[in-house]
Design a protein. Structure first.
Length: 218
């Protein structure tokens, strides 16, 4: 009997879940550690990328390596978990958006904000916008009949929070009028990390893929 795509997980998919979990956890820990070494750092007024500023952040190497590692692990996770997401157009478009965001995260670490601001700013935007859009798009495919149905609204909400905060953040940054920019940026970043953690857990909640399951379409 054929199984519903997106209702099962293979062993590689569970490995992908581990990669994603490791990426998220190490990035959160790295942020916390680097903040303790940055005198006067404020979660309200300092940008996340300030932690990677080579001129002002004493442990900038830790942050920059950490965000690049997050991007690298996320790339591996997307490929390994691909077949466990509900098949269809939402997967075909949504997961490549996450790949784009993952590559951009590597560039954020490679080009700190004070070293090459234009590239850094573009890379940051290419993390935030594709990721938030992907969450909303993938949620459409989390329909009844798959084991992803319970994640539909959380995925929509997390994606929407990122996109709404980003819609406020970008134009106010251009006019230097962003209210508590560090806090606003964290409303963009936190949902991305929460979504990644949730997907990592989901890879271990999905039942095993039948051993002789047929090949499914994208």
């Amino acid at each position: 009997m054929p199984h519903a795509s997106g209702s099962h997980a293979s062993r590689p998919a569970r490995v992908g879940g581990v990669l994603l979990a490791v990426g998220v956890v190490q990035f959160v820990v790295a942020n916390a550690v680097v903040q303790t070494r940055y005198a006067g750092y404020s979660l309200l007024t300092n940008y996340v990328s300030d932690l990677g500023n080579t001129a002002t952040s004493p442990w900038h190497v830790v942050f920059n390596v950490s965000i690049a590692l997050l991007g690298l692990l996320s790339i591996g996770a997307v490929f390994l978990t691909w077949s466990s997401f509900p098949r269809g157009a939402t997967r075909v478009v949504g997961l490549p958006l996450l790949l784009l965001a993952s590559v951009a995260a590597i560039l954020v670490g490679a080009f700190p904000e004070n070293v090459n601001p234009p590239v850094h700013d573009l890379a940051t935007l290419l993390v935030f916008l594709p990721a938030g859009s992907a969450f909303v798009l993938l949620a459409v495919g989390m329909r009844p009949g798959t084991n992803w149905a319970g994640g539909r609204w959380p995925s929509v909400i997390l994606g929407a929070v990122t996109l709404v905060a980003l819609a406020y953040y970008v134009p106010t940054q251009a006019t230097n009028t962003t209210w508590d920019p560090g806090l606003v940026e964290r409303f963009i970043v936190a949902p991305i990390l929460l979504w990644g953690a949730g997907v990592a857990v989901q890879m271990f909640r999905l039942p095993d893929r039948p051993r002789f399951a047929g090949v499914t379409a994208t």
